[in-house]
Design a protein around this ligand. Structure first.
Ligand code: ADP
Ligand code: MG
Length: 209
């Protein structure tokens, strides 16, 4: 009986921790990998996603990069993997590249940038969404590099982008920094390149718009 009680206690504690970690992760929404329609988007390789779902990549501090045009489910899949990690006791933190850029600029101003960069190396999984829409100046690109560099072989990064790697020089406004970022990001990584129609537009069409 005591054994059962202890297990129930441990289980309850774990559930509370997951709930807290879920909140701290700041996910824009909660969607699971099961909710993703792979038949609609065959280039989102289901076999590889299922492999990622086993969380070996988190265990090994490897990265996952989703590339593709808007609406193909990059954020959905990134969130789905984060949810999987959170359910299994890992921590995560989600932010858009736009939020990251604003955060970097504000913290340079207030002199807290080093502390902030350090805090971004803590979560097991860091999700940076929508890299490529907002351009970065040299300062921001430098600190972006710092974040990736600090996490290299220490923690996973999940990143989504609408831009292929060849255009990252433009995104970071600097080919040398972009190359250095890609070098670390891609060393231990999986790239899922999604090519297809937007799911949002499909839903609109179905609704008759
Ligand atoms: P992206 O980040 O690539 O622009 P999102 O992940 O934001 O796209 O997807 C847009 C919306 O469509 C979200 O609500 C997402 O859940 C949904 N969605 C996209 N692709 C699929 C899919 N293959 N199956 C189910 N829902 C999808
Ligand atoms: Mg998105």
């Amino acid at each position: 009986f005591l054994d059962m009680l202890l297990w129930a206690e441990i289980e309850a504690k774990r559930e509370r921790a997951t709930k807290t970690n879920m909140k701290l992760a700041k996910l824009p929404y909660v969607k699971t990998l099961d909710q993703y329609d792979f038949e609609f988007q065959p280039s989102a390789n289901q076999r590889r996603i299922n492999e990622l779902k086993t969380l070996g990549f988190v265990e090994r501090s490897e990265n996952v990069i989703f590339l593709g045009p808007p609406g193909v489910g990059k954020t959905h899949l990134a969130v789905g993997l984060a949810v999987e990690a959170l359910k299994n006791g890992y921590t995560a933190y989600f932010l858009s590249a736009h939020e990251l850029i604003t955060m970097i600029k504000e913290n340079i101003q207030s002199g807290k940038i080093h502390r902030k960069i350090k805090s971004l190396s803590k979560p097991s999984v860091l999700i940076i969404d929508e890299v490529g829409y907002a351009q970065m100046d040299d300062d921001v690109a430098h600190y972006f590099f710092q974040i990736i560099s600090n996490r290299y072989e220490k923690g996973s990064v999940i990143l989504t982008s609408n831009k292929s790697y060849g255009s990252w020089g433009d995104v970071f406004g600097n080919n040398v920094v972009a190359t250095a970022i890609l070098d670390r990001l891609l060393h231990h990584s999986t790239t899922i390149n999604i090519k297809g129609d937007s799911y949002r537009i499909r839903e609109k069409k179905k609704a008759g718009f």
